[in-house]
Design a binder for this molecule. Structure first.
Ligand code: 5AD
Ligand code: SF4
Length: 465
């Protein structure tokens, strides 16, 4: 709660890395208004839920959290204070009016394109609260901004600088025009938009000079990037990666999330000739069945994906792949599902995210008749996850005995342990001091488990420094 002039904001982030990035940017916008980050809602004057709408369960979680926050707000009011509740992100965008109806305690509802307007929204919410305290009737519950404003938030947000343990996200693209039939993103995040090259490069340089040795370029369709350069030309993601890779001090470069349709020749080549580009690619395929890929409107078949993988591994033989899979899309038969399992078997993944199909109202998939029963989805998901888990474990074990550079991210669960990431995004636990955090140091991998590895430092710390 308030201490002196400064106030506290607690931001809870759901969903994807775009949201993690946006939460940092909201913190940046709020800082000049006197808000510092609080570790819990109980210690905050303002709570922001940065929400995810991609599957039904994700949005339901938000409503139950809002119930808890309402109780906290009432408690505060009994003490003569207040708690401002804001809902941001994709649920705010998609269900703004519904949120206001279901939970009148919410003060601010703000869509992902309007975060730069948070100061005005807060001022308006505070004005409304003051009226209410004075016993006046205030029309409408909260303050709602889910417009897609003509100005870009990127031009109106403060210069970012959030680098955590040597690593930072950089959002270069937002929105999606692909309209996969299961997906709500084109409706919540809007049309595909690429940030201009100059502002991306400037942000990249700032992050590196603030201590980032690793950058992850973000976008819902990041490899569809086509940013305008100052000379009027259009840069692809490959062109941008090559330029950013040249920034002095940058050691690791990643990008996510990609679409198989946008893996162009130059981007594939970049995986072979840009040493900073890490040998790990998240490339969602969703299904291994041509019939289902077609029904999903993915715009490519299983062979296209297989060929891409072969070409990528042709230029970068140690490339590890991860992917997203949906089981139980409407009409998915046993044989379609077998095609997915065969694809996984043939490609071999280092990790994967897999989901039961979730009906999202307003998407074409939700209107299809032949929805798959829940029990079938559950069984398919379990089988798929078991297959991928085996591949992941084997991938981890195969690295045992090798020495790899690890970027240390945080103290481990056990005292005296530090956790870092290998080039293939594997979690690596090492005995060592917390001072390793933020540094890249060679580690000999000693054991490989289902989800992580253990290793030991090969040089004394003085040498490593
Ligand atoms: N149901 C289940 N999974 C979904 N995803 C997107 N929409 C849905 C849905 N309606 C998954 C996709 C996507 C990931 C981010 O979420 O696999 O790649
Ligand atoms: Fe959704 Fe498809 Fe766009 Fe990805 S490419 S955000 S899955 S519509």
């Amino acid at each position: 709660m308030s201490s002196g002039q400064r106030k506290g904001v607690f931001i809870r982030t759901y969903g994807c890395q775009m949201n993690v990035y946006d939460s940092d940017r909201m913190a940046d916008v709020l800082r000049p208004l006197g808000y510092d980050l609080s570790p819990s809602p109980e210690q905050a004057d303002l709570v922001v839920l940065n929400t995810c709408h991609i599957r039904e369960r994700a949005s339901e979680k938000v409503y139950s959290e809002l119930g808890r926050l309402r109780d906290l707000k009432l408690e505060r009011r009994r003490e003569g204070a207040d708690l401002v509740i804001a809902v941001a992100g994709c649920v705010a965008q998609a269900e703004g009016a519904e949120i206001a109806r279901r939970q009148p305690a919410v003060d601010i509802i703000v869509g992902p394109q309007a975060y730069h307007r948070l100061p005005q929204l807060l001022a308006e919410a505070e004005r409304k609260a003051a009226f209410r305290r004075a016993g006046k009737r205030v029309p409408g519950a909260g303050v709602l901004d889910t417009e897609f404003p003509p100005e870009s938030k990127f031009d109106h947000l403060p210069e970012p600088g959030t680098v955590r343990a040597g690593s930072a996200f950089l959002s270069i693209q937002e929105g999606c025009d692909k309209f996969c039939t299961f997906c709500i993103v084109p409706y919540t995040r809007g049309a595909e938009y690429s940030r201009p090259v100059a502002s991306v490069l400037q942000e990249a340089r700032t992050l590196v000079s603030n201590g980032a040795v690793e950058l992850t370029l973000l976008g819902q369709n990041v490899n569809a990037y086509h940013g305008e350069a100052v000379d009027g030309s259009t840069w692809s993601l490959a062109r941008l990666l090559r330029e950013i890779a040249g920034i002095d001090g940058l050691v690791r470069l990643r990008y996510t999330t990609s679409h198989p349709r946008d893996m162009d020749d130059d981007l594939i080549l970049a995986h072979g000739d840009v040493p900073q580009l890490m040998p790990y690619l998240h490339l969602p395929v969703q299904s291994g069945s041509d019939r289902i890929l077609e029904a999903m409107n993915r715009g490519h078949g299983r062979d296209h994906f297989r060929r891409l993988v072969d070409r990528l591994r042709g230029v970068r033989p140690d490339l590890a792949l991860s992917s997203d899979f949906i089981v139980g899309f409407p009409g998915e038969s046993d044989s379609d599902f077998d095609d997915t399992m065969r694809l996984i078997d043939e490609v071999g993944f280092a990790a994967a995210f897999s989901f039961k199909y979730s009906r999202r109202p307003g998407t074409p998939g939700a209107a299809l008749d032949d929805q798959v029963p829940e029990t079938v989805k559950t069984a398919r998901l379990a089988a798929l996850q078991a297959l991928v888990a085996g591949q992941q474990h084997a991938f981890n074990r195969a690295k045992v005995g090798t020495t790899v550079p690890v970027l240390f991210a945080e103290p481990g669960r056990k005292p005296g342990q530090v956790l870092g990431k290998s080039p293939w995004l594997q979690s690596v636990y090492v005995e060592g001091p917390a001072s390793l955090v933020g540094r890249i140091i060679d580690v000999r991998l000693t054991d490989g488990y289902a989800l992580s590895l253990t290793g030991e430092l090969i040089a004394s710390l003085e040498e490593a420094a």
